[in-house]
Write a protein that binds this ligand. Structure first.
Ligand SMILES: [Zn+2]
Length: 119
């Protein structure tokens, strides 16, 4: 019954998925692509095609060896925050006792847009 899906588009809900939220961002100008902050360097945004795979394209990217290495060092750095990483829990200081940060996904999404527009 559902129409055939030959192409998948970037889904902002993916930004709320913990598996992806710390590296995923929408690709500028093209919603058939996704971008990875961890794999981006030198001001060059690393993008990859979602093609017809949708979220599987994210999983596939995340399983790449380069990405894994970067993800690991990112997650380590997040344990011990240093400057240079733009995504930090906004409630860390004011609300350390709470493990729930329901607004975080939105915060990150806006943060990403900020990063994108300021380059
Ligand atoms: Zn990556």
């Amino acid at each position: 019954m559902a129409p055939p899906k030959h192409i998948t588009y970037f889904n902002p809900d993916w930004l709320l998925d913990k598996r992806f939220s710390y590296w995923l961002q929408p690709a500028p100008k093209d919603n058939t692509l996704a971008a990875c902050r961890l794999c981006s360097s030198g001001g060059q945004l690393k993008t990859f095609s979602l093609s017809s795979m949708g979220i599987k394209a994210l999983e596939s990217h995340a399983s790449g060896s380069k990405h894994k290495i970067r993800a690991e060092s990112y997650l380590n750095a997040r344990e011990n925050p240093i400057e240079g990483f733009l995504v930090q829990p906004p409630t860390q200081q004011s609300n350390a006792a709470s493990s729930k940060t329901p607004s975080r996904g939105k915060f990150e999404f806006r943060d990403l847009l900020f990063v994108y527009f300021t380059g």
